[in-house]
Design a protein around this ligand. Structure first.
Ligand SMILES: *Cc1c(COP(=O)(O)O)cnc(C)c1O
Length: 485
């Protein structure tokens, strides 16, 4: 069971089906453009959407808002140093600010960063700094149904090959994303992390953690990796941070705060250079773009996220939703992690070809049937079409992500999602058999040249029952990034 009870509640927005139909038409079938009060269960992202604890709210009241040297900063710094072992902790307003500061200091023009998978803002900040971001996910990450316990790992052989090859001198740093958000939220094993650290040390290349979900990764290590069962998530997390030379942190995930992050560094000279940028662009180093109360809430959130009872209930919640999806006949990315369930829309809505976006069709059905907001991670996100709307690049899998905000939804809410999935997989599929046009595909009417899914406009188009989907290359899934957190 959840290791907390509820002290403050917020009514869920309720809508009628005609209202939801009108809302979808108004936003041109782009769920990012819905107003939040039109959404009953919001599974768009787990970023900054968690519930604060009574302890965090109390700490917020005790926050010290001094411009420099605030007590809040010192409490925050001590807590983060104890967890990470890094002597230099630079607070920032969110993860991507830490990315910008680190990469513009360390990974300039011509430099190369290597990662198990760069998150989308991470890649963008490497490229903005003039560098090149290269993903080296392990081969198992490409197998959607595979049972691998650590499909988020980096491909060690590929890493060695780059560091032993002609490009070695270009490598600025290696970045391990835990858990691997771009690869279905799959975890990284301690063995893989330790081996990566050894390879990096041998080549004199710094290793950083993109630690947004460090606690969830640590939990899955204690559950799945020999030699770590029976350890606490805190012990595993501490060891993970100690294997690296620093970290980038978006505390909107496992910091369980609405905004916040930090850059942790071992190297004093590097910290000094980063601090200059911090002062110029985020704020004085004892607040870094945050209020004192934010620092106190973050310090506490980082500790609460490591509570084994909380992590166990989060794993059970994700497992419960995964079980409901499987029981409804909806395939998912296996095995489920903690922060999200990824539905295989391509297999469910076989009558919709990739360039008519079966993932978006399922996301729209989830909203229509149950007021549930999710995000498409398929060909709308990764694909490209020509002027006539014919496919040029398709995603290898047509996925829909149901992200799970921390401490927000109960089993009852997840059962509502399960019921809606079952209804879609039952009624709707029966309807499709009689009349394929009843669950339409979508055509793009307007799009931006990059990150098109955020601002895209769509129009429903009927699709035939017999259209087959072109199968894409798995390389594309491997180099994919997830959306907005
Ligand atoms: C969310 C996220 C980021 C970016 O952090 P923001 O706080 O959204 O700026 C970076 N890396 C990973 C793995 C993330 O999940």
């Amino acid at each position: 069971m959840e290791p907390y009870r509820i002290k403050a509640v917020e009514p869920l927005p309720r809508t009628t089906r005609p209202q939801r139909e009108a809302a979808l038409r108004r936003v041109h079938y782009n769920l990012f453009d819905l107003r939040a009060e039109e959404v009953t269960i919001d599974l768009l992202t787990d970023s900054g959407t968690g519930a604060l604890s009574a302890g965090q709210l109390a700490a917020a009241m005790a926050g010290d808002e001094s411009y420099a040297g605030s007590a809040s900063f010192h409490r925050f710094r001590d807590a983060v140093e104890e967890l990470t072992s890094y002597p230099h902790i630079l607070p920032v307003h969110q993860g991507r600010a830490a990315e910008r500061i680190l990469f513009s200091t360390l990974a300039g023009p011509g430099r190369l960063t290597l990662s198990n998978t760069h998150f989308d803002t991470t890649r963008a900040n490497v490229e903005l700094a003039g560098g090149e971001a290269r993903d080296l996910p392990c081969p198992q990450s490409r197998d959607l149904d595979g049972p691998g316990p650590f499909k988020g790992n980096i491909d060690i052989e590929a890493l060695r090959a780059v560091l032993d090859g002609p490009e070695a001198s270009r490598v600025a740093l290696v970045l391990m994303t835990v858990t691997n958000n771009g690869c279905g939220g799959q975890p990284v094993s301690m063995a893989n992390l330790a081996e990566t650290a050894a390879v990096c040390r041998r080549h004199g290349v710094p290793l950083f953690l993109d630690a947004a979900r460090f606690a969830e990764n640590a939990w899955l290590v204690t559950r799945r990796e020999d030699g770590h069962r029976g350890r606490t998530p805190r012990q595993v997390a501490q060891e993970a941070f100690r294997l690296a030379d620093g970290c980038l942190m978006s505390a909107k995930k496992d910091g369980i705060v609405h905004v916040g992050g930090f850059l942790g560094l071992r190297d004093s000279a590097l910290a000094q250079r980063c601090e200059l940028l911090l002062i110029a662009t985020e704020g004085f180093p004892t607040y870094g773009g945050l209020a004192g109360r934010d620092l106190d809430m973050m310090a506490l959130g980082l500790a609460e996220a490591l509570d084994p009872g909380y992590l166990a209930s989060r794993e059970q919640a994700a497992g419960h939703l995964a079980g409901r999806a499987r029981a409804a006949g909806v395939g998912i990315v296996e095995p489920p992690g903690l922060h999200a369930i990824y539905l295989d829309a391509g297999r469910l809505l076989r009558h919709i070809p990739a360039h008519r976006f079966p993932g978006q069709a399922l996301a729209c059905q989830l909203y229509l049937e149950g007021g549930i907001r999710s995000v498409e991670l398929g060909s709308l996100y990764l694909g490209r079409e020509d002027e006539q709307g014919e496919p040029v690049i398709s995603a290898p899998y047509e996925l829909v992500r149901l992200a799970l905000p921390r401490r927000v939804y109960t089993r009852g809410h997840l059962d509502h999602v399960g019921d809606v999935l079952a209804r879609i997989a039952g009624d709707v599929l029966a309807r499709i058999a009689g009349d394929p046009g009843s669950v339409p595909g979508y055509r793009i009417t307007e799009q931006a040249p990059v990150l098109r899914h955020f601002r895209v406009r769509l129009q429903p188009v009927p699709v035939g029952a017999t259209t087959s989907r072109p199968s894409g290359s798995s390389r594309y899934w491997a180099s994919s990034h997830s959306a907005g957190g």
